[in-house]
Design a protein around this ligand. Structure first.
Ligand code: AGP
Length: 614
């Protein structure tokens, strides 16, 4: 989604802004722009499409901007108004003295716009953001103080925002503020940075201040002042970021997605270190702050998440119910927040999010926190807004995930759910010692098994290419792998734009079977265990309708040879752990089809890495 970066200091700002925006590109965007303070005026440059277009636009102005040491930049993911140059940020007030970049949505922009138009403001774009430019400029005309103007304006603004604002009459001031959207200040030797995400400035500094909601920061080249919305000074808390100042790199892989798929064995290893030593030692999850007594008596869990994280949550339900006997409800955050949910102090609420910034999940978490529930967050970003709401924080430490399509963060979320379910089962005594020991010893072997699958990727690539001409794709599975089918289909949809759907195989005959004919590929996630035979029968039913059959299986059963056109074999694994093994070939199939079709694998159309609007 949108990304913002700003700088005020002693170094030339142009490269800082463009490099910063480049580091945020992975979040997904459709236009970009910058505003820089040049001698007597603020200059604004914008372009539609990739950052390269903005660089091209800037090439003929490089000299006039080269000395500037203060500016703001933005990559936009269109919400209000099409991705055009006019709608791209920064936006300006009538006379162009004030510029603003914005992440989020101004919910009352229509009301504000109507008032501002009556006052003579002329709107040029269709964006909600332009209201902020006019509103702050109006307040500035009254106060002649940019910080005060922002303070007054934010009292009238409803919605979510991270804002960076400059005014020509305050040539050395960058004023920033936020509500329900991330904004971080980087403290450099040469000045101050402000960005919606750390990669934008980590190359320059790893010292940072996380701005809280409704705080306003005034940055100059050698000072930072933070105040609350009523003007009271707030003492900044400076934090050391747990980040390496290295640029994002594909490490020789063609795409980040392929690199991230290959990182999965190490991601699991990293999570298990310190938490699961041997199959005989108990799972250590000091991060769970609920007392053992509370865990023993816990009678309800709600898990809320979106997209891929929702699929991890669905598998989490299966594990917790099976091993701990606690009822678990899983719900898409966007549904959870708009109904009367029965949540209270006796409910454990688990929020799952790679980014920790997804607006729907964040709102859902805040709602359940207000009702007194204990909040456990599973996230890849311990520095995120969701992490800050957590009573218990399970940081999955998968490392930054650049590809918009989530892969390694999913495996990391799953691994965390296994540990959590085992941890609770050990405390409750709700599963047999033998079951727990077997699962633990198999978990320790998962990284090697995934490496075996990756070693077989050429075969998966050949299979994927066979199906790259299809318009539709069906994934079927049962039991704990039903969410695997959903996730496999989501991956394919996201990056290849093929209409892929996952079904619980038993549902096929209740409708979807009508779509089957000799053009339809049906991939069966056929893992050995309680539903193997049932799924085999469902696959027979699909075969009988002439579908093009593919099996993803850990069975060596000879009868599969007649039933399936392609068989992708994966190593043997306990049924309960099989989702971690089964997802890897499905990620590869999606990747190879999209790559073969020449799609923009890492930044698929219309998608954003972190969806910070509801
Ligand atoms: C995954 O491939 C998608 N990009 C998307 O479904 C994502 O999982 C969803 O937007 C939730 O994001 P989160 O995990 O950061 O909350």
């Amino acid at each position: 989604m949108c990304g913002i970066v700003g700088y005020v200091g002693t170094n030339p700002v142009l490269d800082i802004l463009l490099d910063g925006l480049e580091q945020l590109e992975y979040r997904g965007y459709d236009s970009s722009g910058i505003a820089v303070k040049c001698d007597e005026e603020i200059k604004v440059y914008k372009a539609v499409g990739k950052l390269k277009n903005l660089r091209d636009e800037l090439s003929s102005h490089a000299y006039e901007i080269s000395k500037s040491t203060m500016g703001i930049g933005h990559i936009r993911w269109a919400t209000h108004g099409a991705p055009t140059t006019v709608n791209a940020h920064p936006h300006t007030c009538n006379c162009g003295s004030l510029v603003v970049v914005h992440n989020g949505i101004i919910e009352n922009y229509k009301e504000l716009k109507a008032k501002l138009e009556k006052d003579g403001c002329i709107f040029r774009s269709q964006t909600d953001t332009e209201t902020v430019a006019h509103l702050v400029a109006q307040k500035y005309a009254q106060t002649k103080d940019l910080t005060k103007a922002v303070e007054l304006a934010t009292k009238e603004i409803e919605g979510a925002y991270a804002l960076e604002i400059m005014h020509n009459d305050e040539p050395e001031k960058l004023v920033i503020t936020k509500r329900n959207a991330p904004l971080i200040i980087g403290i450099g030797h040469d000045g101050y940075y402000a960005a919606s995400d750390i990669p934008a400035f980590i190359k320059h500094t790893n010292k940072a201040i996380y701005l809280s909601d409704n705080q306003i920061a005034t940055l100059t080249k050698d000072s930072v002042k933070i105040q609350d919305v009523d003007g009271n000074e707030v003492k900044p808390k400076i934090e050391q970021l747990p980040w390496e100042p290295v640029a994002l790199s594909k490490m020789g892989y063609k795409h980040y997605m392929l690199k991230e798929i290959h990182e999965q064995p190490d991601v699991i290893r990293n999570i298990l270190v310190g938490k699961l030593h041997t199959s005989d030692s108990p799972v250590e999850l000091n991060e769970v702050k609920l007392t053992k007594e509370t865990l023993k008596t816990l009678n309800r869990i709600q898990v809320i998440a979106c997209g891929t994280s929702l699929h991890a949550a669905m598998i989490g339900k299966y594990l917790i119910e099976d091993l701990c006997g606690i009822p678990v409800d899983v719900e898409a955050s966007s549904e959870y927040i708009y109904r009367k949910t029965v949540t209270n102090a006796h409910t454990l609420v688990i929020g799952v999010s790679q980014s920790g910034e997804t607006a729907d999940t964040l709102t859902a978490i805040k709602q359940s926190k207000a009702k007194g529930s204990h909040i456990l967050i599973i996230t890849n970003r311990p520095d995120s807004a969701m992490a800050r709401e957590a009573d218990s924080l399970l940081s999955v430490n998968a490392g930054i995930e650049v590809s918009v399509a989530a892969t390694k963060s999913y495996i990391a979320q799953l691994t965390s759910f296994y540990l959590l379910a085992l941890y609770m089962a050990e405390i409750k005594g709700s599963a047999s010692d033998e079951t727990i020991k077997n699962l633990k010893s198999e978990m320790l072997l998962l990284p090697q098994k995934i490496e075996q699958i990756l070693a077989n990727k050429d075969y998966i690539q050949t299979c994927a290419r066979k199906y790259s001409g299809t318009r539709d794709f069906i994934y079927i599975a049962r039991g704990v792998n039903y969410p695997t089918a959903l996730e496999g289909a989501l991956k394919l949809k996201e990056i290849s734009y093929i209409n892929a759907t996952g079904y619980p195989a038993g549902e096929l005959k209740h409708g979807p079977i009508a779509m089957l004919d000799e053009t339809m590929p049906v991939l069966s996630v056929l893992m050995k265990g309680s539903v193997y035979e049932k799924l085999l029968s469902n696959s027979e039913e699909a075969k009988a309708r002439n579908a093009r059959m593919i099996a993803l299986t850990n069975s060596t059963d000879k009868k599969l040879d007649d039933l399936f056109d392609y068989i992708i074999r994966v190593p043997e694994v306990d049924e309960m752990l099989s989702p971690i093994i089964a997802i890897v070939p499905l990620q590869l199939i999606a990747y190879y089809i999209a790559e073969f079709l020449g799609k923009d694998v890492d930044q698929p159309r219309n998608l954003a890495k972190s969806v910070t609007v509801e």
